[in-house]
Design a protein around this ligand. Structure first.
Ligand SMILES: CNc1ncnc2c1ncn2[C@@H]1O[C@H](COP(=O)(O)O)[C@@H](O)[C@H]1O
Ligand SMILES: [Zn+2]
Length: 348
């Protein structure tokens, strides 16, 4: 049974801009995958980090390796993407940008191209079924794979940007932040930007990435993922903050992900506070709702209870997220109308 407050957060219309497909797989979908592949001997405890549990970021990346074993055919990807989209819709998300790293699997015939095609197929299928959510796709670059793969990924993304009826809108840079360096990926990212793809980059998710963040901010990216260690109080710098503020680059903030992944000591010390108090555009997101056992309603509720936000302030936060989407202006207008239509229902 849900209390009234939980109902408010679920009914609150929301925008999700930072969701990795394979990190967003729910317990129910994991069960279906496990029963398809019993020989892998994977248990659900290996694919999720439960309530009160914390891991190192390293251990989180181990979890993704397990999930990737379970999701290695077109059929798996179609199911996973369809389920994830419907789950976000059921949670009151009206606009979703999914991101995923195209993978090639020799054993199953999966190619990077068919990977992207299958995600697009899932998006189209949900649209045809009338699921009440607008979904777009960001093609992800895994930073560990270096210059060549990054360029190959950008080339594919450019191609699909033109052929997917506007569904592919940008590039994500993600992957284990302790591996690789942004300078090797800069040419690919620059090329993507020049061709009209939007850029959302994981930046300063761990300390000691000041130089890389400074370099990548020169592009500049259209949005930042995490930005946990950008500000001076945690070892970042005022000049990094100034660049982000001057260029008004929205930051995607994922509270539970950062607490469970141990890059932030507790909810109360999350850098949401820093950026929110600056009045800088921040967007609450889930990152990996399956792995971190959360959903976007819960993230809004956690932010509100931790930082003392009223329902009005929470409403404003979800409404302002519309300005940071990569979808076209017409979609922004539609979403703003939708928010206006829903307002009286939530504040009766
Ligand atoms: C926890 N913080 C994080 N930091 C950096 N990258 C992350 C991440 N969480 C997820 N990913 C990225 O998303 C992939 C899984 O989804 P896809 O197979 O692409 O759909 C991971 O392998 C990693 O590259
Ligand atoms: Zn992420």
């Amino acid at each position: 049974v849900m209390d009234n407050d939980a109902v408010f957060y679920r009914e609150l219309p929301k925008v999700e801009l930072h969701a990795h497909l394979n990190g967003s797989v729910s317990a129910q979908t994991i069960e279906k995958l496990i029963s398809r592949k019993p020989h892998l001997n994977i248990e659900h405890s290996m694919t999720a980090i439960g309530k009160g549990q914390r891991r190192t970021l390293d251990e989180c990346f181990e979890v993704f390796r397990v999930i990737h074993k379970l999701v290695d055919t077109e059929e798996d990807i179609l199911m996973v993407a369809t389920d994830v989209i419907k789950e976000f819709a059921a949670d009151g998300v009206k606009y979703l940008e999914l991101r995923s790293t195209p993978r090639e699997e020799r054993d199953t015939g999966l190619t990077k191209r068919s990977y992207i095609e299958t995600v697009i197929k899932a998006i189209q299928k949900c649209k045809e079924e009338g699921v009440d959510i607008d979904v777009r796709f960001l093609v992800a670059i895994d930073r560990r794979n270096g210059t060549e793969v990054a360029l190959e990924t950008v080339n594919l993304a450019e191609e699909f940007m033109l052929s997917s009826d506007g569904l592919v809108v940008g590039i994500d840079l993600s992957g284990d932040p302790t591996v690789g360096h942004g300078k090797d990926l800069l040419p690919a990212l620059q090329k993507a930007k020049n061709s009209g793809l939007k850029l959302s980059l994981h930046l300063s998710e761990i300390p000691s990435q000041l130089d890389e963040s400074d370099l990548l901010l020169s592009l500049p990216p259209d949005r930042i993922g995490h930005g946990t260690f950008l500000h001076p109080e945690v070892g970042g710098s005022q000049s990094l903050v100034d660049k982000v503020v001057q260029k008004k680059i929205p930051i995607e903030l994922c509270l539970t992900s950062n607490v469970k992944g141990n890059t932030v000591p507790c909810y109360a010390k999350h850098h949401f506070k820093y950026w929110y108090e600056l009045g800088h555009p921040t967007v609450l997101c889930t990152d990996d709702k399956g792995v971190f056992c959360t959903d976007l309603s819960q993230e809004y509720q956690l932010a509100a209870s931790t930082f003392g936000l009223s329902h009005e302030a929470v409403w404003k936060l979800s409404q302002q997220a519309i300005d940071s989407i990569f979808g076209p202006e017409t979609v922004k207008q539609q979403l703003k109308e939708k928010w206006n239509d829903l307002h009286p229902q939530l504040f009766k």
